[in-house]
Structures are given as C-alpha cells and as structure tokens.
Design a protein around this ligand. Structure first.
Ligand SMILES: Cc1cc2nc3c(=O)[nH]c(=O)nc-3n(C[C@H](O)[C@H](O)[C@H](O)COP(=O)(O)OP(=O)(O)OC[C@H]3O[C@@H](n4cnc5c(N)ncnc54)[C@H](O)[C@@H]3O)c2cc1C
Length: 378
C-alpha cells in the first residue's frame, strides 16, 4: 500500500505528487490519458506559484523562452486614456514580483521529469473507489487495483473522483464564450506602453493581449448568441481587430479557437479519505489567469498538511485545510474573477488610473494571489 494515490497527471496532480515526494511521502499518480496533455490552456504564473515551483526545483525549467511581465496596461482605444501598473511594487512581498507567461504544457513535463520513475501510471483512469477505516481502494479502467491511505482527486473538471466520492458541486456557465486569436506580430511595436499584458477598452467591451514566447494571444469575449462558426470567421476577427487594434487589423492570424468558461465549486473538498484539488474542486473564468495557480496552491498546502497527518497529528487537519481552501474559492477566487468579468468597460481605465499607490499595491497583491496562496497551510 502506498501513502497517497493521486488521480490526474495535470499541473495540480503532478505538483502535489512532487511536493509529497519531496516530503518523503510515497505517492502513485493514476492518469486516464496515455500521456501528458499538450492542450493550450494556462499561460499565466503568478508570484506565489513561481515561489512554489522554485521550491520544487522546476521553475528553472519554465524560465528558458518564457516571458517576464513587469507591467500591466489598461488603455481606452477611443480616447487614448491610459493606466499602467508596475508589478515591481510587490518586490518586498515576493522574490518574483512579476507574472511569468509560459504554456502549462511546459510545466507538466518538468514536474514529471522531477518525479522518480514510475510515479505516474498512464492509461489508468480511476473508475471506482471504496473506502474503509484503513484506506481507500481504487479500481482503474485498465482493471488494475490500487490502495493507499488517502486518494486525492486532481482529475480536472470532468474527472470521476468527485462523483465517486459522492461530493456535489455548484456549477454555472458564464454568459459569454471566448474567442482566442494568435498572432506572431509583436504588438508592443503598435500599442504604446504595452509590456506583456494589456487590456484594451471601448465604451462597450474589452480585449486582452497576452504576450507568449512566440505569439501574442488576443482574447475577445463573444456575444452570447453568436455561433462558434461565425466567431471563427475572418470577417468577425477582422471586425474585432479593427475595433480594438485598427492600426494592425490585418495582422497575420496563425491560430484561433473558441472556448466556454464555466464556474464550479465542489461543496466540500473532503469525503473521508478522499480529497479534491485543482479543477476537480474549483473552476472559474480564465480572466485574470487564476484557476491553475489556485490549484498549485491547493497542492502545496495539502502536501504540507498531509505530512503532518501522516506524522500522527490527527486528520482533523485535513478538515481545516479543506475548509480554508473552500473559503478561499468562495470568498476570493470566484468573486475576484466575477468582478473582473463584470467590470464596466467604460470606467475601468479611469478607475485603475485613479488608484493611489497603496490601493495599487493592494490591487496587485490580490491580482497576484499573494493574499490567498497559503490559506490552509498547517
Ligand atoms: C484557454 C484556457 C486558458 C487558461 N489560462 C489560465 C491561466 O492563464 N492561469 C491559470 O491559472 N489557469 C488558466 N486556465 C485554467 C487551467 O488550465 C486549469 O485550471 C488547469 O489545467 C487545472 O489543472 P488540473 O491539474 O487541476 O486539471 P487538468 O489540467 O484538467 O488535469 C486533469 C488530469 O486528470 C486526468 N483525468 C481525468 N479523469 C481522470 C480519471 N478518471 N482518472 C485519472 N485521471 C483522470 C486528465 O486526463 C488530466 O490529465 C486556463 C484554462 C483554459 C481552458
């Protein structure tokens, strides 16, 4: 019997596995896919996540070719009004006072490489589980059976563990979907004061610009009634670029996709010997780039808690961890993201420009998740 089973080899499951392994805890990861996902998803790493990855020894692997973002820009495209925020104001609070832009599918191989061989069993989707006083037994789709003292469901928003453990979730769709365009054009040459992250506004809407190593992501919110086909058409893309980036509306577009944004929260993160972390426990809008970061924070705080539990300090510590992480999602992660989604585009640049230095620092702390990353740590 191993100490801990983890369902899911995404960023959260693998970060948890490594954090546990570094604490001398035996761990086995069970992954449904035949290999790591290469889907283009998270791109933003916030300061406390960089600290965690550095502690695990994997930030070095994310650095080459990544993008350090020191400044955020808000700009009205009609009036030219501008606000900027220098993340360096967080220098006293973090060794990494910036955002790091790198695709999450560069993180997962780095985590996997840092784990002992055979820590992850692929093609092993969790299909059933039972628990008793001594542990939890998991059966996988490949017919294999595994037993451990605890099982952590890090199997994402459509994983099986939450349902198998009988944990309900509150879910909601956001009203809009998102169109993401990729361009190799360096937008810094065309948008004054742009560093690696910019929000462009007119009176009715906004568009986000994220600099990635080889391309820029241009993120647009679609009208609720628009079909994916229409949103993916060149006519729509060019019209939106003409609205927010008229100077380069004919930029080369090398990729485009549409994705939905959902909100979800498990009603508890613990059912006996089964716990949840990452997207299996919470899901929110991609605006602000917080959900994977929150999942890595779940993993780091849970690893420290499990070490103490396995050392005999009592499993009430797990209830305290679960309650603290859930409270963080309910009171900070979801409201914070929702506030950004609902922000009045007409007033956002003026609001950011009017922040006094201490208000700007407080905003940056929240946007960087420095105030919530360690919630639940023992
Ligand atoms: C377009 C986009 C952009 C995003 N940008 C950001 C961002 O900038 N910053 C940010 O913080 N977040 C962002 N996110 C969110 C981020 O991608 C997720 O929060 C993150 O992937 C969650 O990691 P996870 O390990 O919890 O789940 P996942 O990455 O979903 O991994 C779950 C793993 O579990 C496996 N699995 C599923 N079922 C089972 C089973 N039954 N048994 C075993 N394994 C199973 C899956 O195959 C998968 O490998 C973005 C998301 C999208 C879609």
């Amino acid at each position: 019997m191993t100490d801990i089973l983890i369902a899911g080899a995404g960023p959260v499951g693998l970060a948890l596995a490594l954090a546990l392994q570094r604490r001398g805890i035996a761990v086995q990861v069970l992954e449904k896919r035949e290999g790591l996902s290469t889907a283009s998803r998270a791109s933003t790493f916030h300061p406390p996540t960089l600290e965690a990855l550095d502690e695990l020894g994997v930030f070095a692997a994310l650095r080459p070719g990544g993008v350090q973002v020191d400044r955020i820009l808000w700009r009205r495209v009609d009036s030219g009004a501008v606000a900027t925020l220098d993340l360096g104001i967080l220098a006293e609070e973090s060794r990494f006072p910036f955002r790091w832009h790198r695709e999450q599918h560069y993180l997962t191989p780095a985590l996997l490489a840092a784990l002992p061989a055979n820590s992850v069993r692929f093609d092993a989707g969790v299909a059933a589980l039972t628990q008793d006083d001594g542990g939890v037994t998991v059966t996988c789709e490949d017919g294999s059976s595994h037993r451990a003292r605890y099982l952590i469901g890090c199997d994402g928003s459509s994983g099986a563990v939450r349902g198998l453990a009988g944990i309900a979730a509150e879910t909601n769709d956001y009203a809009h979907r998102v169109l993401r365009l990729l361009t190799p054009l360096d937008l810094r040459a065309h948008v004054p004061a742009l560093d690696g992250l910019g929000y462009l506004y007119d009176a009715e809407g906004s568009c986000s610009l994220l600099r990635m190593p080889e391309v820029w992501r241009v993120i647009l919110r679609m009208p609720p009634d628009m079909t994916d086909l229409d949103a993916l058409s060149d006519v729509y893309a060019r019209a939106q670029l003409g609205r927010f980036l008229p100077q380069v509306a004919e930029m080369p577009i090398t990729g485009r996709d549409v994705y939905g944004v959902r909100k979800a929260m498990a009603v508890t993160y613990r059912a006996g010997r089964v716990l949840l972390a990452g997207d299996a426990a919470h899901l929110t809008n991609t605006r602000g780039g917080m959900n994977m970061n929150a999942g890595v924070h779940d993993a780091m705080t849970l690893a420290a808690t499990l070490r103490r539990v396995l050392d005999g300090h009592g499993d009430a510590l797990l209830d305290a961890w679960a309650a603290a992480r859930l409270r963080t999602v309910r009171e900070a992660l979801l409201p914070r993201t929702d506030a950004r989604v609902a922000a009045d585009p007409a007033g956002e640049v003026a609001r950011m420009a009017a922040l006094a230095p201490d208000q700007a620092r407080a905003w940056a702390r929240e946007a960087s998740m420095l105030d919530i990353a360690k919630a639940g740590a023992p």
